[in-house]
Design a binder for this molecule. Structure first.
Ligand SMILES: Nc1ncnc2c1ncn2[C@@H]1O[C@H](COP(=O)(O)OP(=O)(O)OP(=O)(O)O)[C@@H](O)[C@H]1O
Ligand SMILES: [Mg+2]
Length: 1139
């Protein structure tokens, strides 16, 4: 920043004059002198107004350092000493700030330093424009495109060791901020003839030498190349090495640049393969081979070279070989194949090499464009940099060919545009704008341009016409045509020209013509014009190339695709170039031009040498002096009133901020107000013209200052606004926050109050509830207490009463106890006394006994031996017996007759006694047992005993009858009113009354009857009505029969002749057979004193009336359960099946 504050000027430390406009006196000599002086002081740049004149120093000067870049950055054009950076900065800033597309036109002859200048401009712009990773990458790619294109498109010439052999126009694109977005490169006609032939002292394109010197052994092997330049026909040998140029290092730079630009490894490899193929094509040699028809046919001498080429590009060897031997011409669907002679084969070879190389070059430009093109689609600002091949003349006139013609035409056009925009347009503008103006003469080269490009009689049109014309066309016919058409043109000369002025000119050979260019006369040799304009490549070759596997080579020969055969002639080289130059010129005219006019100080490419004649010549043809004149007479700056007012309106109160009305009065008011002297400016019709740049700078300075003030004002207002907005926002926020906070606080408070109220409420409710509870409890307790008290009272009373009663009882008991105790005491005392008495008595008795015994023993001692033993044994036996019986008395078993236990005997000799005693005891207890029976019980037992005697072990149903009671009367006839009549008719005691089945002899089935037994007879009566059916005296019973089995059948046989017997016997069945039979037997015995015979047999005869029926008992099946069934088998047999 400090730097910008230092006021420097173009005029400070000036060597000569920095701006030729200030030159005094203005003459060619002074101009030259000024340039020389400056050149000698290493000041290579000089201004003519806004045009930069640059003299090639041919040495490196310390004026392109980053510090210099910073120095010139954002500075006014005239503020510092002249520099190409000042121009670049001016162009860049007006592009960025004023939105004007720019173009930088660099002109000058070959070796004047155009390419260097263009690179300086680009590097400056790259240094000052935006920064950032992406932006830097774009810049780097833009800058690195230069080494690639230079390697392939530049060559050493006699005039320049790094001469551009193609025209280049590069559009650098920027966004609204001035950051680079990308770029587009257009290339113009490469001098491809150089590929196959170079003038003496010149080289082929750099890349060939760089590849051979710089490639690794490995790469060379892959490309089938050798390091030695002399091995290649296309490389001229006289100047293969260029002083100060390291081809090998440059090769590395190129490869690195290719990588940065974005070439893939395989792409780079393909490019190098194509280059190698071109080199090797030059080594193909042909020999004639005579064919049958006597025509020479060319054949390739060394097939090995061909093989290697084909391997490089991936092509079948025979295809290329054939393409060098034959040529197919297609016309109206007819194909005609002709053989090529050796010359034609060489021509074809060179044509292929040239085409291959130039197409490769165009592809490189296309590929670089792919990489550097802007990635985003936004409105772009453009800065175009034009670096075209410089004007050139070969000293030996015959060497100037079609290429030089084209190059010089291009330069002519560029000079034209310079004249158009600086000299002509400027002067015309003054007149148009009504500014007072005295015309300044200058040479307008439009007439030369017209000579070349005119559509009807222009040289290029003639050439095209000649090329398209049927019949034999040669360069000579073309020259003839030129002689006819252009002979009278003042800038055209030829040997045959009718212009008398040149008749004496013997320097002009017959095959040449001469054009008087703006920069001097150039003699062109017509040889090759037609051919080069046609740019003919046999279709067989392009088709062969299309067949290559190398995708790059295939892609650059699209017309070789048989599917896309186009019989239309391609446009000629000349017309193509003309149209592309026209497009370029149109493009340049839409942009704001910035000129760099390069001057070459000497022909020796040497520093410090200033060849005045050479420079003077350039000053002259470049029209620099005229430029200064126009500049001096005119105005340095002009601008439409509207933008001018817009730009400076802030400098005056009346126009700021708005000027209401026309722009011109506004500008007038503005300039008056600023007090700028009247002679410093003029008012045109639509523009204001400012004479001196200094005035403009003054305006700019004022504007800058004012802008700063305004910026401060805006800043102030903005800051105020910002603070206020901030404040208002904060205030608003504060209100919102406080509202929210209050709301929150109130909510909290409310919630707290609410919860407190609830707490208080709950406490009160609780308290109330507890109170009520307490009351209720109290009430309840009172009630309970009353009950309890009453209960206690009753209890107390009851206890009192109980106590009283207990005490009464206790007293009574005590009395009784005491009495009992007293009695017990008395009894015990008495017992004691008695016991004592008894003991005393016993003792007295014992003592007495002892004493007696003693006495006796004393007395009877004399007899003792005779009787004592017997007596003692008797005594002992008696004692033992006594003891035995007493013991037995204690051990006697129970009184139950069924108890079989008996104590064991204690003395063996009492065994019999013991047994006898047991028997006696058993009999005794049986008697005792019997004695306790009543009469009735006795009767029952008698009956049971009787039954046992009668049926035990005879009748199977007997055991089950033992446990049953023999009740006899089971019907209670006397009490049952149903049998009142029956009972009335029986006076005797009923012994048995039970229901029996009377068996019907007819079918064996039973009918229920009442069986009654009395003392004298038995009665059979109807079970329902109680009507008597039969009454039989017991006396009439002869016997009773029954089976031995479990059934209840029994037959009562009656005595023959008895009253009852007439009806026959009875066959009954009874469940209580044993009881009935026993009672019948006993009753009959007691009443008749006769025993009824009871016959037990399983087969017996029953007499029914007169019939005898046998009743047979068999073991039956269990069909009817345990009930025996009776079946009549026949008249004489009833069969009873017993289960
Ligand atoms: N500003 C400079 N500083 C130092 N040397 C320079 C400068 N300009 C040019 N040269 C030298 O002059 C030589 C030729 O310059 P350059 O290639 O730019 O010429 P040109 O005008 O492009 O020629 P051509 O028309 O043949 O392409 C450069 O190789 C370089 O050595
Ligand atoms: Mg150049």
């Amino acid at each position: 920043m400090a730097k910008t504050e230092v006021k420097t000027s173009l005029l400070d430390n000036m060597v000569g004059v920095g701006d030729m406009v200030l030159l005094e006196p203005l003459s060619e000599d002074a101009f030259l002198e000024n340039l020389k002086k400056r050149f000698d002081h290493n000041e290579i740049y000089t201004y003519i107004g806004s045009v930069v004149v640059s003299i090639n120093p041919y040495r490196s000067l310390p004026i392109y350092t980053p510090e210099k870049v910073e120095e010139y950055r954002n500075r006014n054009f005239y503020e510092l000493s002249p520099h190409i950076y000042a121009l670049a900065d001016e162009a860049y800033r007006s592009l960025r700030d004023q939105d004007k597309d720019q173009c930088i036109l660099i002109t000058g002859e070959s070796g004047a330093g155009k390419t260097e200048a263009s690179k300086l401009v680009m590097s400056y712009v790259a240094a000052v424009c935006g920064k950032g990773i992406e932006v830097n990458q774009v810049k780097e790619q833009l800058l690195q495109s230069n080494p690639v294109l230079e390697a392939f498109g530049n060559a050493k010439t006699v005039r320049n060791d790094n001469s551009s052999r193609f025209g280049k126009y590069m559009d650098i694109e920027f966004d609204f901020k001035g950051d680079p977005l990308g770029g587009v490169i257009s290339n113009y006609l490469l001098e491809k003839s150089r590929v196959v032939r170079q003038p003496r002292g010149e080289r082929n394109f750099h890349i060939f030498y760089q590849l051979l010197s710089g490639a690794t052994e490995d790469l060379l092997r892959q490309l089938k190349l050798e390091k030695d330049f002399s091995k290649y026909n296309y490389l001229s040998l006289d100047c293969a090495q260029v002083n100060g140029v390291d081809d090998a290092a440059n090769f590395r730079t190129v490869r690195n640049a290719m990588q940065i630009v974005g070439f893939m490894d395989d792409e780079s490899q393909s490019v190098l393969e194509a280059v190698a193929a071109v080199l090797k094509l030059g080594n193909l040699e042909f020999k004639p081979e005579v064919r049958g028809n006597g025509v020479d046919e060319s054949k390739i001498k060394d097939k090995n070279e061909l093989k290697e080429i084909c391997e490089l590009i991936g092509l079948d060897q025979s295809v290329l070989e054939r393409a060098f031997s034959f040529r197919t011409v297609e016309a109206k669907q007819e194909k005609v194949s002709t053989t090529l002679n050796v010359a034609q084969a060489y021509y074809a070879r060179d044509a292929l090499a040239k085409n291959l190389y130039s197409r490769l070059f165009s592809w490189l430009v296309y590929r670089i464009n792919e990489s550097i093109k802007a990635q985003i689609k936004v409105r772009k600002k453009v800065m175009g940099v034009l670096d075209i091949y410089g004007f050139e003349i070969f000293e030996e006139g015959a060497d100037n060919s079609f290429e030089q013609f084209i190059i010089n035409y291009c330069n002519e056009k560029l000079q034209q545009i310079f004249i158009e925009l600086t000299l002509k347009e400027e002067q015309e503008e003054y007149i148009r704008e009504g500014i007072e103006w005295t015309h300044i003469e200058y040479f307008n080269n439009a007439v030369i341009c017209d000579l070349i490009e005119n559509n009807t009689y222009g040289i290029l049109a003639m050439l095209d016409e000649e090329c398209l014309r049927p019949g034999t066309v040669t360069d000579e016919t073309f020259l003839e045509k030129l002689n006819q058409v252009c002979a009278t043109h003042q800038h055209f000369e030829s040997r045959m020209s009718k212009s008398s002025r040149f008749l004496n000119d013997t320097t002009l050979p017959h095959n040449c013509f001469r054009i008087q260019h703006y920069a001097g006369k150039v003699m062109y040799c017509v040889e090759g014009f037609v051919d080069k304009n046609n740019d003919l490549l046999y279709r067989d070759l392009s088709q062969a190339m299309w067949k290559a596997n190398n995708s790059l080579i295939k892609s650059i020969f699209p017309e070789g695709n048989p599917a896309k055969i186009n019989l239309k002639r391609p446009p000629t080289a000349g017309s193509q170039f003309k149209s592309s130059v026209a497009t370029l010129m149109r493009n340049l005219q839409t942009k704001n031009p910035n000129y760099i006019r390069c001057i070459k100080p000497n022909d020796k490419k040497a520093g410090h040498i200033f060849t005045e004649a050479l420079v003077r010549h350039q000053i002259r043809y470049l029209g620099l002096l005229e430029n200064v004149r126009v500049r001096r007479a005119g105005y340095a700056f002009r601008q439409l009133y509207e933008p001018c007012l817009e730009r400076y309106k802030m400098l005056c109160k009346q126009t700021w901020p708005h000027w209401r009305g026309q722009a011109r009065p506004g500008v007038e008011v503005l300039l008056n107000e600023l007090g700028i002297p009247k002679e410093e400016y003029s008012y045109g019709r639509s523009k204001i013209f400012i004479r001196n740049p200094r005035t403009l700078f003054k305006l700019e300075d004022l504007r800058k200052q004012r802008l700063e003030d305004l910026a401060t004002l805006i800043q102030k207002i903005y800051r105020g606004w910002k603070c206020r907005t901030q404040f208002l926002l904060m205030k608003k926020s504060q209100i919102v926050i406080s509202a929210w906070f209050r709301r929150y606080a109130q909510q909290k408070k409310y919630q707290k109050t609410k919860s407190s109220a609830i707490v208080v409420q709950s406490y009160i409710r609780g308290w109330k509830a507890r109170k009520t509870l307490r009351e209720l409890k109290h009430q309840k307790r009172c009630e309970e207490a009353v009950t309890t008290i009453a209960a206690f009272w009753h209890g107390t009373q009851a206890r009192r009463e109980l106590r009283r009663l207990k005490e009464e009882a206790k007293a009574k008991h005590a009395i009784a106890v005491i009495w009992a105790y007293w009695l017990g005491l008395k009894a015990r005392r008495e017992l004691k006394r008695l016991k004592e008495e008894a003991r005393c008595k016993h003792a007295v008795a014992v003592i007495w006994a002892y004493w007696l015994g003693l006495k006796v023993r004393r007395e009877y001692r004399k007899f003792f031996r005779a009787n004592a033993g017997k007596k003692i044994s008797t005594f002992i036996v008696q004692r033992i017996m006594q003891k035995y019986f007493l013991d037995m008395k204690k051990k006697l078993p129970s009184m139950s007759p069924t108890d079989r236990s008996w104590p064991p005997r204690s003395y063996l000799f009492l065994d019999d006694t013991h047994k006898e005693l047991r028997r006696i005891f058993h009999l005794w207890r049986c008697k005792k047992y019997r004695d306790q029976f009543t009469e009735q019980k006795k009767l029952i037992y008698e009956e049971k005993l009787e039954a046992s005697e009668l049926f035990k072990d005879k009748k199977s149903s007997y055991p089950s009858s033992v446990g049953q009671r023999f009740d006899g009367d089971y019907m209670e006839i006397h009490t049952n009113p149903k049998f009142q009549k029956l009972s009335g008719s029986i006076e005797e005691k009923i012994i048995v009354a039970d229901l029996v089945n009377k068996i019907n002899r007819a079918n064996g089935k039973g009918a229920v009857r009442i069986f009654l037994l009395t003392k004298n007879n038995f009665i059979v009566a109807d079970a329902k009505s109680g009507q008597k059916k039969a009454v039989v005296l017991l006396n009439d019973i002869e016997k009773v029969s029954m089976s031995s089995q479990k059934d209840g059948f029994f037959a009562v046989h009656l005595k023959e002749g008895s009253a009852a017997g007439s009806k026959g016997d009875f066959l009954f069945s009874s469940d209580r057979l044993i009881e009935v039979a026993t009672k019948l037997y006993r009753t009959a015995q007691s009443s008749t004193s006769q025993k009824i015979n009871i016959e037990i047999s399983d087969e017996f005869v029953v007499l029914f009336k007169q019939d005898k029926v046998c009743v047979k008992f068999i073991q039956g099946n269990q069909k009817n359960g345990n009930i025996p069934t009776c079946k009549r088998k026949n008249n004489r047999l009833l069969e009873v099946a017993v289960p």
